[in-house]
Design a protein around this ligand. Structure first.
Ligand SMILES: Nc1ncnc2c1ncn2[C@@H]1O[C@H](COP(=O)(O)OP(=O)(O)OP(=O)(O)O)[C@@H](O)[C@H]1O
Length: 260
C-alpha cells in the first residue's frame, strides 16, 4: 500500500515552465485519471511523480520518503511505469521483454526465481499476451505491443502503477479489458494512475480525475464534478454532450467552441 503525495510541484523543461504548483495526495486503492489537452503537462507530471524528471520546486513523497532521497531501484520496486507510445529497438521475444519488469527485484548477476517466473506468467495472462509469448516484440502490431508493454509494467507487481495513455492503439474490446484490469488493480489495494484522453473511459472507470491545463491542476475530484460543460469548453475548447448512465458520465465531443 502506498500514498503518493505531490506538494506544490513545479517542473521546468529547458526554459519552459511545464508543471505549475500542483498538489494532490493519491491514495492506495484508487484509480486516478489524469486528463487534459495535448501539451498540458500530463506526461511531465507523471514522470515527475516517478522521479524521472527533477522538480524545479516542491516535492513528491512515497509515504513519508522524499522521492529525491530514494535509490532508483527502490522507486522502481514501488512504482511501476508504463511509458507513452514506447518504441522498441531490440528484437526480443515477448516473454523476455515482459521479464524485464522483474529487473528491480533481481540482485546483480542473479537469475529468475520461481516467484519471478510466476509474476511474468500472471502479467502475460492478465494482459492477454500469453499466446504471443514466443513472438518477437518488434514484429507485433501497435495494439499487441501496447499490451506486451503493459504486461512488463504489471510484472513488476509494484504497489503502484503509473500508466501514460494505456489505451493508445487499442481496439474497443481491449480498451475495456485494460480499464477493467486497472480497476481490478486499484480494487486489490494498489494505487493506479493513468493518463487518459478518452473522457468517457476516464469518467466510467476512475474514482477521481485530475484535470491539467497549461501545467496547472484546474480541477480534482469525482469525474462528474470535474468534467463540466464549462471546463470542457475552457480547457479543451469543445462543446460536448454530457449524459449519465448508472451515475457515470458519457462525454460526447460535438464541436469546437472558443473559451469565454
Ligand atoms: N524536453 C523538453 N523540453 C522543452 N519542452 C518540453 C520538453 N518535453 C516536453 N516539453 C513541452 O512541455 C509541455 C508538456 O508536455 P507533456 O508531454 O507533459 O504534455 P502532455 O499533456 O502529456 O501532452 P500529450 O497529451 O500531447 O501527450 C509541452 O508544451 C511540450 O512541448
Amino acid at each position: 500500500m502506498v500514498t503518493l503525495s505531490i506538494d506544490n510541484l513545479s517542473v521546468a523543461l529547458g526554459r519552459r515552465s511545464v508543471v505549475r504548483d500542483v498538489s494532490a495526495s493519491l491514495e492506495a486503492g484508487s484509480l486516478v485519471g489524469i486528463v487534459g489537452p495535448n501539451g498540458a503537462g500530463k506526461s511531465t507530471l507523471l514522470r515527475a511523480m516517478l522521479g524521472l524528471v527533477a522538480p524545479s520546486a516542491g516535492h513528491v513523497r512515497i509515504d513519508d520518503a522524499d522521492l529525491a532521497s530514494l535509490p532508483r531501484a527502490a522507486i522502481a520496486r514501488q512504482l511501476a511505469y508504463l511509458p507513452q507510445g514506447q518504441t522498441l529497438h531490440w528484437p526480443l521475444a515477448v516473454e523476455r521483454l515482459v521479464a524485464l519488469g522483474r529487473l528491480p527485484h533481481l540482485a546483480p548477476m542473479s537469475g529468475m526465481s520461481a516467484t519471478d517466473i510466476a509474476a511474468i506468467d500472471r502479467a502475460m495472462e492478465r494482459s492477454d499476451v500469453t499466446p504471443l509469448r514466443g513472438r518477437i516484440a518488434t514484429e507485433l502490431s501497435g495494439g499487441e505491443r501496447a499490451r506486451v508493454l503493459l504486461a512488463r509494467a504489471l510484472a513488476v507487481e509494484a504497489p503502484a502503477l503509473l500508466a501514460d495513455e494505456p489505451l493508445a492503439s487499442l481496439d474497443p474490446g481491449h480498451q475495456i479489458d485494460v480499464m477493467n484490469l486497472l480497476l481490478d488493480e486499484a480494487q486489490s489495494g494498489k494505487l493506479v494512475v493513468a493518463v487518459l484522453h478518452d473522457l468517457t473511459m476516464a469518467a466510467r472507470y476512475c474514482d477521481r480525475l485530475l484535470l491539467i491545463h497549461a501545467g496547472r491542476l484546474v480541477a480534482d475530484g469525482p469525474p462528474l464534478a470535474v468534467l463540466t460543460s464549462d471546463r470542457l469548453r475552457d480547457v479543451y475548447g469543445i462543446r460536448a454532450r454530457i449524459e449519465t448512465e448508472s451515475g457515470r458520465a458519457l462525454i460526447l465531443p460535438m464541436e469546437r467552441e472558443a473559451a469565454r
